[in-house]
Design a protein around this ligand. Structure first.
Ligand SMILES: [Zn+2]
Length: 186
């Protein structure tokens, strides 16, 4: 190996994505957040289980990979998703990312709800989300916040979630860009 430099691994292309979601809280619906069922007298209204946290994470991942959003892939009109576990959306997002040559570096998310306190459920949410995405829980950060009496979250009328995701894309991309430029110059 004398005189020979160890070649560097090809640089990863990092791409960030952002997602957010909000659902009204209504009586008679189970409260599921990050795939975890939380005892409460209200739950999110929605076509699926209304898991705002999972939906925000899903949109962040799809956005990072340039694959659109949940509406692109999982139609609200489809009966298939009626009351479906939103962890299934995360599993499918992982499959879509795999096909696009993207791997998940990390996710950070905040779920905002006035009540109940989520602290004791956070570890379970991280595990459930990580399992659905096929990554270690260390790559998934979830934080909880209250609405401090302000807006729909603060009045206890809604649950909201925000998420950011960082994915590593395989290095096929530069070539695709050159091709696009050539097409434009014609
Ligand atoms: Zn949603």
């Amino acid at each position: 190996m004398k005189g020979k430099e160890t070649p560097l691994a090809p640089p990863a292309l990092l791409r960030a994505g952002i997602g957010n979601d909000i659902h009204p809280l209504v009586p008679g619906r189970p409260l599921v957040l990050g795939g975890v069922l939380i005892p409460f007298d209200r739950g999110p209204q929605g076509h699926s289980d209304g898991d705002a946290l999972a939906h925000a994470i899903c949109d962040a991942l799809l956005g990072a990979a340039g694959l659109g959003d949940m509406g692109t892939h999982f139609s609200d009109a489809s009966r298939k998703w009626r009351n479906a576990s939103s962890l299934e959306f995360l599993r499918r997002a992982r499959t879509l990312l795999d096909a696009a040559g993207c791997s998940i570096n990390n996710i950070d998310a905040t779920v905002s709800i006035e009540k109940p306190k989520l602290r004791r459920y956070i570890a379970g949410m991280r595990e459930a989300v990580a399992l659905a995405l096929g990554v270690e829980p260390g790559r998934v950060s979830i934080k909880a916040k209250r609405g401090e009496g302000l807006d729909a979250v603060g009045r206890g009328e809604a649950v909201r979630a925000d998420a950011i995701a960082l994915v590593e894309a395989s290095v096929k991309q530069p070539r695709a860009r050159v091709a696009t430029r050539r097409q434009r110059s014609r």
